[in-house]
Design a protein around this ligand. Structure first.
Ligand code: MRU
Length: 342
């Protein structure tokens, strides 16, 4: 399995997701600022992977902390990391966990604080892999045998510490012996589907067909798709789901064609402080991601551009939400709360 992110003696090592699949190269972040830059620049992306990176960023920042007020330095480290990708709730979840641990240790010797923060970040990484395997176990039963699964963006090993959420469900179904075929949306503008999902699934030998985003409706209507499985970046208390831009269109088209629409995500992606999805902040990214493909312009200069990185799918389009603690079904206000407390 691909190593998305690791803590090493040299720093935080990440596979460079901006270069895949053309090059399999690794980036070493030696400061917390470099970790923040890697998150912002999408060297590492995907909600759970960003959470792990943020935790390792905090550990790295404290490891290299200077003289002076450590409380203030931790605040600054966390604020810098928090200012990278506003929709990804796992980022804030991980920072919160690291901040709470720091608060419980702040009277301890510096060497102990550093060691404990490093251990916690490594623990978050390991837990994430186990969580994804559990999501896979719960989700595999929902995937119809002998059918094609449509997925969007990359919610795989690369978007997590390993195994993946949506792709974890597909992997687990295959491990159960189900005959699964995957359709991967290319996922403009960043092409996570074409570049990352296809690369990952090819490595596992899972049969995969690449389609452009605007072909999804055609295939959903054709009866060839058995279900849709996607990940999530933030899920509100009522089950509204923020995920990669284009997810909402897929969900509406899935419902129109009576195709089940599943969301696979860890409990840490739930944001039960938000009653509904319209309160989820949506990250706006650079115009160049839309006007250019691999540095080459695809539109006339000067064109106005909108580039929201995520959209929100209303809960009425979501058949079920698959978590490591079980599968939530409507009404989500009750089922998600129950899983979160279990
Ligand atoms: O902008 P990205 O590539 O970070 O967006 C990723 C997604 O939207 C994923 O579907 C989501 O984070 C779930 S990853 C397990």
């Amino acid at each position: 399995m691909v190593e998305t992110i690791q803590w090493t003696e040299d720093g935080v090592v990440m596979i460079d997701q901006t270069r895949l699949p053309r090059e399999e190269t690794y980036v070493t972040c030696r400061t917390y600022e470099e970790v923040a830059e890697a998150i912002r620049g999408m060297v590492i992306r995907g909600a759970p992977a960003i959470g792990v990176a943020a935790a390792m960023g905090v550990a790295l920042g404290v490891l290299l902390s200077g003289e002076g007020d450590l409380d203030a330095q931790v605040e600054k480290i966390c604020a810098t990391l928090a200012a990278t990708r506003p929709t990804e709730v796992n980022l804030f979840w991980a920072l919160d966990r690291m901040k709470k641990l720091y608060a419980s240790l702040r009277d301890r010797p510096l060497e102990e604080i550093r060691a404990r923060l490093i251990a916690e970040a490594q623990q978050i990484r390991l837990e994430d892999i186990a969580i994804n395997e559990a999501i896979g176990r719960h989700g595999a039963a929902l995937v119809p045998d002998g059918r094609t699964v449509l997925t969007h963006c990359n919610a795989g090993a690369l978007a997590t510490a390993g195994y993946g959420t949506a792709l974890g469900v597909i992997r687990a179904a295959v491990e159960l012996g189900k005959k699964i075929d995957v359709f991967a949306d290319e996922t403009r503008p960043f092409l996570q589907g074409a570049r990352l999902t296809v690369w990952e699934l090819q490595q596992d030998g899972i049969p995969t067909t690449l389609i452009t985003d605007n072909m999804a409706g055609h295939f959903l209507k054709s009866g060839r798709i058995g279900c849709v499985v996607v990940g999530a970046d933030r899920i509100a208390a009522n089950g509204d789901v923020a995920n990669k831009i284009g997810t909402y269109s897929l969900a509406v088209l899935a419902k129109e064609n009576q195709v089940p629409f599943f969301v696979a995500a860890p409990i840490s992606t739930l944001d039960l402080t938000l009653a509904a999805g319209d309160q989820i902040p949506i990250e706006q990214r650079a115009a160049a991601e839309v006007t250019h493909v691999f540095g080459a312009p695809v539109a006339p200069p000067g064109v106005r551009v909108e580039n929201p990185a995520f959209d929100v799918t209303p809960h009425r389009y979501v058949t079920a939400i698959i978590t490591e603690r079980g599968v939530a079904r409507p009404p989500y206000t009750e089922s998600l709360q129950k899983l979160a407390l279990s």
